[in-house]
Design a protein around this ligand. Structure first.
Ligand code: FMN
Length: 351
């Protein structure tokens, strides 16, 4: 069966996958991807090539962190048509995460709530796999976090930078998960300065660029503050955003589960947050959009609002693994229609 054929059967497989609880379905998907034949990605339209932080992306549509936490299937995902893949969040030590159930599909809302709590096998485990990887297969970002019980969370991030830099095309400092109590406080100005100073010391000349991933639930003035501190500490890009702890109106029975909400109901919030970061940075800091992106139109709106790249996760659960390729194809068509020669030309041109 060709990749195209296997992608087209997703609408038929979905009801079957949805009979499994969400976490089992996810494990089954990763297992299937591990066994699927490896393919080199088909080429993307040349207009989609874009450069951010010195990296050449063949398509601006990436896989967001959390799908492949332990770096088990990055190349299978690149083969499905992602322009880049972010693995993690990885913490220095393995940890089990929160008790199950901790992942919920909100089908009527085309959303997900998760309170996984950084379940992962730790950095050493992923490092071993990634060290053997053929890096010419595509851009791999490594998203790092702190262990829940760490006595010094900032030291965990510095350790993550040192450990994972050799296998990463970029590193993401994730301080925006709502599922590790107190983690988001690292977005506060003083804590962020201390964190980014420690990260700066851990970086080496010629090492990978460092991105910062923020929450969509920020108060007045916080985006300006974060951008200022990030620029002072040579952060290379900001990912806007992680899941939300807010609860816009929802239909599904799982609506009141605790955790971070993603997918369709996050779309407006994430776009608003992106606009705030764009106006705070005036285009001087590259931005990467995530949150509720489910179509080429959604991706286009983020690019026009200031994103150089986009990432998807939740919509893939509803639309299937071919979504990244469909969004990329749609973006290339949109560029042509609007008379742009490249993504870079279109970034931030809204209004
Ligand atoms: C099940 C699940 C697990 C996630 N785990 C992580 C994670 O470990 N680290 C992280 O930075 N973001 C994590 N995220 C957040 C996503 O990377 C993304 O920022 C968010 O889901 C918004 O995008 P979406 O609406 O396209 O899903 C997770 C999201 C989901 C749904």
């Amino acid at each position: 069966m060709t990749t195209g054929g296997s992608l087209r059967v997703y609408p038929l497989l979905r009801p079957l996958i949805f009979t499994l609880d969400a976490e089992r379905a996810h494990r089954a998907t990763i297992a299937a991807l591990k066994w699927a034949p490896r393919r080199r990605p088909r080429a993307f339209p040349a207009t989609l090539t874009t450069s951010v932080a010195g990296l050449g992306f063949p398509s601006p549509v990436g896989l967001a962190a959390g799908f492949d936490k332990d770096a088990e299937v990055p190349d299978a995902m690149l083969g499905l048509g992602f322009g880049f893949v972010e693995i993690g969040t990885l913490t220095p030590l393995p940890q089990a995460g929160n008790p199950k159930p901790r992942l919920f599909r909100l089908k009527q809302d085309r959303a997900v709530i998760n309170r996984m709590g950084f379940n992962n096998r730790g950095q050493a485990d992923a490092l071993e796999r990634l060290a053997k990887r053929d890096r010419s297969r595509g851009i791999l970002g490594v998203n790092i976090g702190a262990n829940k019980d760490s006595p010094d969370r900032i030291a965990d991030y510095a350790a993550g930078v040192r450990a994972m830099a050799p296998v990463a095309d970029y590193l993401t400092i994730n301080i925006s998960s709502p599922n590790t109590p107190g983690l988001r406080q690292l977005q506060d100005e003083g804590a962020l300065r201390a964190l980014l100073s420690a990260v700066g010391e851990a970086r080496t000349v010629g090492g990978p660029p460092v991105f910062l991933k923020v929450a969509p639930d920020l108060g007045e003035g916080e985006p300006d503050q974060i951008v200022r501190v990030a620029m002072q500490h040579e952060v290379d890009a900001i990912i806007v955003a992680n899941t939300t702890i807010s609860r816009p109106p929802l239909q599904s029975r799982h609506a009141s589960e605790a955790g971070g909400l993603s997918g369709e109901p996050l779309k407006g919030l994430a776009l608003d947050a992106l606009r705030k970061f764009r106006s705070a940075s005036g285009g001087a800091m590259p931005l990467i959009a995530a949150g509720g992106i489910a179509s080429a139109d959604d991706a286009w709106d983020r690019i026009r609002a200031g994103a150089s790249l986009v990432q998807i996760y939740s919509a893939m659960i509803y639309e299937g693994p071919g979504l990244a390729r469909r969004i990329a194809t749609g973006l290339a068509a949109r560029l042509a229609e609007e008379g742009f020669a490249s993504i870079a030309e279109a970034v931030g041109g809204e209004r």
